[in-house]
Design a protein around this ligand. Structure first.
Ligand SMILES: Nc1ncnc2c1ncn2[C@@H]1O[C@H](COP(=O)(O)OP(=O)(O)OP(=O)(O)O)[C@@H](O)[C@H]1O
Length: 663
């Protein structure tokens, strides 16, 4: 296997050069060629009979004592550095890691994990079902690459999972003489640098991107006089000594669809405060304006893409209302931009769904994970408008020093790979944006998940009643129940519905980050009822008590479909893991948010209204179909937004390169 990862004359900070944007025809040809090539590569890995090649080393390695195993790892490392990532050497590295896992964790990787690891070693995405043991699987390619001297980044979605996965897997690496660096947000720069210097590094996507941006600022050489002076005094190489990362060589991205596709919409920005003091007044005026404008007359809302359109009449109203204010309101373009921001703040962002208000601050909630992102703020004055709307102190806006999107960042790895339970739906996007083939890995044991028929009730009230009744039945039997909701507000509503029936529950929401692990750990006990926003959907391993297994395993109830069907599948994936029993059911309603996104006067929206009026609580199969269709449409709309972002990202980068700023 020829590899650019192991060049002896590799630059000190390896990363992939961004290819120039191809012309239209070239782009079409590349897309077709790329798709064929990805299929070919995916086929090649299945055909390779890798598992047998790996297993043939096991008997010999098992017979060694611990010191012998470490020596075998050192010897293999020398061969890998000398000859490159040859398949025979990589197979031995996998066997070594497998032996170490068996010795230190009591878990020998299954065949399907070996296959998953091999797929990632080749720079592809392994689609492995939820609960198949991806944490252990990642150690296999990580060990092979690290032994070969390639710096490895294992990237997870948050600091909790970073620390948990690294600590769980550390014994495997250490048995092979490989140090593990754990980078979490609280680490100071010297400790950060030391952690990144380890052969295998565990960090969250956000941490790695920000550290990379910091490195870019150093590499681009800031014009900061003091820094330049320090460089002069310290002589050659001082800059590289301030760098945190060792370049972007090889990454294994856990929850690859979430990080590479869903999060890809968020631009990551390092910024410095840059207010002129007038923001509070401006935001207040914005809210006055938003209250005065009339929907469908002055502006229209596209709920699926979250875009506000001003009408001609709206433009005139904005000019008239803002005329006395002067300042930024005097210019037509700026005035209309401010009006759109104000309307967006007023109508498209909702408290306890998109953000929380805590200690006089507006804190963004990640829609996909339900977690609070305390240090993030919306751009271009939107954050200030929302602060004004909520009556919080209006903060100063921030000016960007460096920015990049996940899309552009991850494309810079020399070799990128990933794993997730839900990649199929975004196969096309992973291929087109990152050149990543997706290979499906079979399950270790056949799944025993029971999926009950989906129900759609006529109203939200009827839904919560039905859910509370169902939970009460299950609770009476002693089965553990996990009730998934789309937002903090919905979780509270669910809690109220259960409380009304006197049912005991544990509430997991973005407000309770600290206690999360303990609540999740207990969620598999008999009789437990756990309510969670969809953050419980990813990466949480709910261990089942033996009594709960006998009662049919964990029972997961979905109370509202998410914008992305993958998030629903992740929630379902909390039950029936590793061949255990488990039940999944969806209880939805015609008041669910997704249906509002069908627009107001479309035939589908009319159908929804008609169904709401029909007799009986159960809205029937047509309603089930309608919600699925709405979800599909929103998924498509999001995909279009992401494509537009990639385009605008390229434009921003061209402009900034022109003005000499990094990224
Ligand atoms: N080879 C193995 N032998 C025995 N147990 C294993 C093995 N591999 C994984 N497990 C166990 O399987 C469970 C699920 O593992 P893990 O949480 O890594 O799954 P996952 O694939 O990451 O799930 P998710 O997609 O939900 O994040 C864990 O309890 C883990 O210890």
């Amino acid at each position: 296997m020829a590899t650019p990862l192991l060049q002896l004359d590799a630059p000190p900070y390896p990363e992939r050069e961004e290819a120039p944007e191809p012309g239209w025809l070239q782009a079409r040809a590349d897309a077709l060629g790329g798709a064929l090539q990805r299929r070919w590569r995916a086929w090649g890995v299945r055909r390779g009979a890798v598992v047998a090649r790996i297993r043939q080393h096991e008997a010999e390695l098992d017979a060694l004592d611990d010191a012998g195993l470490a020596e075998a790892a050192r010897e293999l490392g020398r061969a890998l550095r000398r000859d490159g990532l040859q398949p025979a050497l990589c197979a031995r590295a996998f066997a070594l890691a497998g032996c170490a896992a068996h010795r230190r964790l009591g878990k020998r990787p299954y065949d399907v994990q070996m296959l998953g690891g091999w797929i990632m070693l080749q720079g592809m995405v392994a689609e492995m079902n939820t609960g198949e043991g991806k944490t252990l699987t990642a150690t296999l390619p990580a060990c092979a690459m690290a032994l070969a001297g390639v710096p490895v980044h294992v990237i997870t979605v948050n600091d909790y999972l970073v620390a948990r996965d690294a600590e769980l897997m550390r014994p495997v690496y250490e048995a092979l003489g490989l140090r593990v660096g754990v980078v979490t947000e609280d680490l100071q720069p010297p400790e950060r640098q030391a952690a990144y210097a380890c052969p295998v590094v565990y960090a969250s996507n956000k941490t790695v991107v920000f550290d990379y941006l910091r490195d870019r600022l150093v590499l681009a050489g800031q014009t900061d006089a003091l820094r330049l002076r320090v460089d002069q005094l310290a002589g050659e190489g001082a800059r590289t000594r301030r760098l945190l990362l060792r370049g972007l060589s090889y990454a294994i991205v856990d929850e690859a669809d979430s990080v590479l596709v869903d999060e890809a919409r968020t631009p990551l920005i390092i910024s410095a405060p840059a207010g002129d003091g007038g923001e509070a007044e401006l935001a207040r005026q914005g809210m006055v304006l938003a209250a005065a404008l009339v929907q469908d007359e002055d502006f229209r809302l596209a709920l699926d893409t979250r875009i506000v359109h001003l009408t001609e009449a709206g433009r005139r109203s904005v000019a008239r209302i803002s005329a006395p204010w002067g300042g930024p309101w005097a210019g037509k373009l700026r005035r209309e931009e401010l009006a759109v921001q104000a309307l967006t703040a007023q109508h498209l962002f909702h408290r306890d769904q998109h953000y929380l208000v805590r200690d006089d601050q507006v804190q963004i909630v990640d829609e996909y994970t339900g977690r609070v992102m305390a240090d993030r703020s919306w751009e271009r004055g939107l954050h200030q408008m929302i602060e004004a709307k909520e009556g919080c102190t209006v903060t100063a806006p921030k000016a960007p020093l460096a920015r990049i999107s996940y899309q552009r960042f991850f494309r810079r790895y020399l070799r990128l790979s990933g794993m997730t339970g839900t990649a199929e739906e975004v196969r096309g996007e992973l291929g087109a944006v990152y050149g990543l083939p997706v290979v499906r890995v079979p399950t270790h044991r056949p799944s025993r998940r029971q999926i009950r028929p989906e129900r759609v009730l006529r109203s939200a009230d009827a839904k919560w009643q039905a859910i509370a009744q169902r939970v009460a039945e299950l609770h009476a039997r002693g089965a553990p129940v996990l009730l998934g909701t789309p937002s903090v507000a919905a979780s509270e509503r669910a809690a109220a519905a259960l409380a009304a029936r006197g049912l005991p529950y544990q509430l997991l929401s973005a407000k309770q980050d600290a206690d999360e692990a303990a609540v999740v750990a207990a969620a598999g006990q008999p009789g437990r009822i756990t309510i969670a926003t969809n953050m419980a959907g990813r990466g949480t391993d709910i261990a089942l008590a033996p009594e709960a297994l006998a009662l049919g395993g964990l029972h997961v109830i979905l109370s509202e479909r998410h914008d992305s069907g993958r998030i629903d599948r992740q929630l379902a994936g909390r039950c029936a893991r590793q061949g255990d029993p488990g039940v999944f059911e969806a209880v939805l309603s015609l008041d669910d948010e997704l249906l509002h996104q069908l627009g107001q006067r479309t035939p589908l929206a009319r159908l929804a209204t008609h169904l709401r009026r029909a007799a009986g609580d159960d809205a029937g199969p047509l309603a089930v179909w309608l919600i699925r269709l709405a979800q599909h449409r929103v998924e498509q709309a999001h995909s279009r937004v992401r494509q537009a972002l990639l385009k605008s990202d390229r434009q921003v980068s061209r402009l900034l390169a022109f003005s000499g700023r990094p990224e």
